[in-house]
Design a binder for this molecule. Structure first.
Ligand SMILES: [Zn+2]
Length: 109
């Protein structure tokens, strides 16, 4: 579903739940909504061999790149209680949607 609500936002801290980086905690640097994937700092890093490209001024060599992982494989780490948690939604009186931690009930900005 393309229009489903995303509970993970850019700059959130998340924990990886599956794969080779299971248990790692990092910051979300990119969201790929159409692919249901996120890029997390230092998670799912692959080494790429780059050819030198004199036109772009690139010297070549080994470049580390973070590959996207499925959003269902990460869980938000609550800034208040510092635990990986499920996220709920509630609405303020002026109808603003806020995320909150289902563990400690704190609002997550
Ligand atoms: Zn919490």
């Amino acid at each position: 579903m393309a229009n489903r609500v995303w509970k993970i936002h850019k700059d959130d801290t998340v924990m990886v739940l599956a794969g080779k980086d299971k248990g790692k905690i990092g910051k979300v640097t990119r969201i790929l909504r159409d692919k249901n994937k996120v890029v997390v700092e230092k998670v799912n890093v692959v080494k790429k061999h780059m050819k030198p490209n004199p036109y772009a001024g690139q010297p070549g060599g080994i470049v580390e790149k973070e590959m996207p992982i499925d959003v269902s494989n990460v869980q938000l780490v609550c800034p208040a209680c510092a635990k990986p948690t499920r996220v709920g939604y509630r609405f303020t009186e002026d109808d603003k949607k806020l995320r909150y931690c289902k563990k400690c009930n704190e609002t997550i900005s």
